[in-house]
Ligand binder design. Structure first.
Ligand code: NAD
Length: 260
């Protein structure tokens, strides 16, 4: 470990009080909820970060909404090609690895993610519930056509026309203003209902209904820890707010399970 990492690790260890350490060591039924901040340390910008380079003049809603796709599909698909290329060059970071360790070590633990990049799965996380879909899935945008496929070739831009009907393919993600996949949302809600402990990492809590999950868990009596360098609407209500990066805080939490 480098000196700077050691310092960061020491700082987060000070934020983890005895109550939180003991809770994790009791191996509670745990729900991990992640957002775009978790992948920031892999080099994938969050939506709240300014869009970079070519795309800086557009807001996320001008690129990730049904209206944007309707008015300028090529622009939206170009942006998704750019994002896929960025993700293809990225690797899971220490936060993703720690989530996998937590899932493996805590009986019945489950992951619900808002991320569409697939990095949790690349890090080995099992049974991730993807609330907002996956950027590597493509589906036909034409009403009535059910074509859907997984695009695993990370070296080439995704195809744009549907092999079944010839109409345009869109990314299999949930855009602003669209409904979440019903099964994923129902499962996430159920997990929030029964969780004893919820780890919320790297999400602004601005995108609903995902943002309501930790509050629902709190109402049911769960203990909640939030990991985010910034404060959010959850920070006050959560039992702990670890104001640091997920790549530092999540490994520190996972390490508690290794301690004798
Ligand atoms: P968001 O962009 O609204 O918020 C990101 C949050 O992460 C912010 O609160 C920020 O303070 C925090 N953050 C930044 N760096 C962090 C770090 N190193 N460690 C911990 N926290 C950090 O993201 P959201 O709440 O997930 O919602 C935005 C929507 O954007 C979601 O629908 C999501 O699907 C989509 N999105 C996904 C990706 C991805 O898959 N990687 C990337 C961008 C946006």
């Amino acid at each position: 470990m480098q000196a700077a990492d050691r310092q960061r690790f020491a700082a987060v260890s000070m934020m983890i009080d005895d109550t939180l350490s003991e809770l994790i060591r009791r191996r509670p039924r745990t729900l991990v909820l992640t957002g775009a901040g978790l992948s920031a340390e892999s080099g994938i910008p969050t939506f709240r970060d300014a869009q970079t380079g070519l795309w800086s003049r557009y807001s996320p809603t001008e690129l990730a909404s049904p209206e944007a796709f309707e008015s300028d599909p090529e622009r939206v698909l170009d942006w998704y090609d750019w994002r896929r290329a960025l993700i293809a060059r990225s690797r899971p970071n220490a936060g993703h690895t720690a989530v996998k360790r937590l899932l493996d070590a805590l009986p019945g633990a489950r992951l619900v993610t808002q991320n569409v990049d697939g990095l949790h799965q690349l890090a080995g996380a099992r049974d991730a519930i993807e609330l907002h879909g996956n950027i590597w899935r493509l589906r036909c945008a034409a009403p009535g056509c059910r074509h859907e496929r997984y695009w695993s070739d990370r070296t080439a831009p995704a195809p744009r026309s549907c092999p079944d009907c010839g109409k345009i393919l869109r990314p299999g993600v949930v855009w602003f203003g669209e409904s979440l996949p019903a099964q994923a949302l129902a499962s996430a809600w159920q997990l929030a209902e029964v969780a004893e402990f919820v780890i919320v990492a790297g999400t602004s809590g601005l995108v609903h209904p995902a943002a309501a999950l930790p509050f629902h868990a709190l109402e049911q009596g769960a203990r909640v820890v939030e990991i985010n360098p910034d404060r959010t609407a959850l920070s006050q209500a959560a039992h702990w707010h670890l104001a640091c990066s997920s790549g530092t805080a999540l490994p520190a939490l996972a390490d508690l399970l290794d301690a004798p």
